[in-house]
Design a protein around this ligand. Structure first.
Ligand code: ADP
Ligand code: MG
Length: 373
């Protein structure tokens, strides 16, 4: 892991990946009018690549030589950055590649990391071109700082890397179902939530987690399950990132984990940044992109519609944390496992849908880097 901030060369060279279809489809125009003038003034150079299809950005960062650029800049929603992070982790030289500084410019409808970075940098909550201006300023003036990444493993053996969130139930349903209201921009999430609240569903599953230690000297590694194992039977493969907190999915969770006694949920959310959207200040306790903790939120089926409404209305300003809302729990964790008891509902990772299945994950503190102030 590199130092928290390192000095970039005076003239920065950026690879800009832009999804022209993200959000309301204005990213290309906004890049020309709002971003290029600031980059020029800051003496930065860039190569602009507009994606033509899903997965193109992922394949590009997986296969290309990236040494010509000081940072990879994503102008889209969180979905395109998700591709970039996973593309970097697919490289044979992933351990070095994932240290390439990343930056986000909001151009989609889900701009959670952009909103989080803007918040960490001391800006007031913003959306639209105001948020874009904040993030362009941060890109030009900021330095790379550690970014936590979560490694997820599904029951089919798929490995997924995530910088933002994992959701199941209400939140993932809204994220995917509201795709059809894409023309509304970020308002699609609030609108979709109100639609969903009228037809609440519950999801059956078993949820387990490893609570984060509160003592300042603890690291995720000091919770390692692996330390208790006989090292001769435990061969470490240097070619893949080891999840030291996890045991195989077909084995019971380690005894020092907690399993939630109830098994009917309305929502399960793990969020590792402050914002879940430009105006969803869901985890106000998160103050930097590299704290090494996931914030677990879950609501059991006993929650009322009124409580859920209070939660979503409070989230805009982050005031929901000050109110006690019955049947909503928040725990800081470093690892979790979720086993749906029926394969229903949509799961999302960083806002992108994945098939509903059993899965587990752990945080890797500061594995990546993001340009922030
Ligand atoms: P939004 O926030 O509006 O959802 P994202 O950047 O998250 O915007 O992109 C949404 C999806 O579009 C992602 O799954 C991404 O992989 C995909 N995508 C990227 N480039 C293109 C493209 N040129 N055409 C269609 N889809 C694309
Ligand atoms: Mg998205």
């Amino acid at each position: 892991q590199g130092p928290p901030s390192s000095i970039l060369p005076p003239s920065r060279r950026f690879l800009v990946l832009l999804n022209p279809f993200a959000g309301t489809g204005k990213a290309s125009g906004h890049f020309q009018t709002h971003v290029i003038p600031t980059l020029t003034e800051a003496n930065a150079t860039f190569t602009l690549l507009e994606t033509e299809r899903p997965k193109q950005a992922q394949e590009l960062v997986r296969d290309e030589d990236l040494s010509g650029w000081d940072a990879i800049v994503v102008m889209a929603g969180d979905g395109l950055l998700f591709e970039v992070v996973n593309g970097l982790m697919e490289r044979p030289d992933w351990a070095c590649a994932i240290k390439k500084p990343l930056a986000v410019l909001p151009g989609g409808s889900g701009n959670a990391l952009a909103a989080s970075v803007s918040y960490y940098s001391g800006h007031k909550q913003a959306s639209g071109t105001k948020l874009l201006n904040n993030c362009t300023f941060i890109l030009c003036k900021g330095q790379p700082v550690p970014l936590d990444l979560v490694s997820l493993t599904t029951s089919s053996g798929r490995r997924i890397f995530s910088f933002l969130s994992f959701a199941w139930g209400l939140i993932s349903d809204v994220d995917i179902e509201s795709e059809r209201y894409r023309f509304m921009g970020s308002a699609r999430f609030s609108f979709g939530t109100f639609v969903r609240l009228t037809a609440l569903r519950t999801y059956r599953g078993r949820l387990s987690y490893l609570p984060a230690r509160t003592s300042p000297d603890s690291t995720p590694e000091s919770d390692s399950h692996r330390h208790n194992l006989n090292s001769s039977t435990d061969t470490v493969n240097p070619n893949v990132l080891e999840d030291s907190l996890l045991v195989p999915l077909n084995e019971p969770v380690p005894p020092h984990w907690t399993t939630v006694t109830e098994d009917q949920f309305v929502l399960v959310l793990l969020l590792y940044q402050s914002h879940l959207g430009a105006d969803l200040f869901t985890a106000p306790m998160v103050q930097s992109p590299g704290e090494g903790v996931m914030q677990l939120f879950y609501a059991t089926s006993r929650i009322s519609r009124a409580s859920l409404l209070k939660l979503f209305l409070g989230m805009e300003k982050g005031s929901h944390m000050g109110e006690s809302i019955p049947h909503i729990t928040n725990v800081p964790v470093t690892a979790f496992r979720l086993e749906p008891l029926e394969n229903v509902g949509i799961m999302t990772v960083d806002g992108e849908s994945i098939p509903c299945c059993s899965l587990q994950g752990q945080i890797h503190k500061g594995l990546g880097r993001i340009i922030s102030i």
